[in-house]
Design a protein around this ligand. Sequence first.
Ligand SMILES: [Zn+2]
Length: 161
Amino acid sequence: MHDTLEGREERFVRDRLHKVSRHIVEWSHQFENPCIVFEDLKEMRDSIDYGTRMNRRLHHLPFRALQYYTSYKAAFEGVPTAWIDPEYTSQQCPMCGHTERANRNKKRFKCCSCQHQDHADRSASVNIAVKGIGKHQDWNVPALNSLPQVRKISTERRSLS
Ligand SMILES: [Zn+2]
């Protein structure tokens, strides 16, 4: 086994993703009928607006892996998940529906129509949740065998015991 920098980095990232995805699913249990909605990732990078250096680093983060880890952990616990088209989720006002690019300025959301203010990510999250609930009238939990296979599950089990 090669203990390369890449190998260590990959294990570190994977462990982190497992921790974060576990937190997301645990957190969802505070709600009565929890569901978890993800942005379809194609445009996710465009909606992340940090500095150039941070952007470059974030582009290497496996967001998709985080979504998959979260979705299969959620499926194990009977929590449904869904993916939605992220278009306008960062520009639309969750209070009045007014959609305009100028509503958002970096991390700040301020509706040009009703003056509603929020953190830009939280505002977008509300829109994502509403979109997901609107899209899926009948939630169902995906069958476990329909989810992507997770490699090295035997290693994970061993390290858990
Ligand atoms: Zn508004």
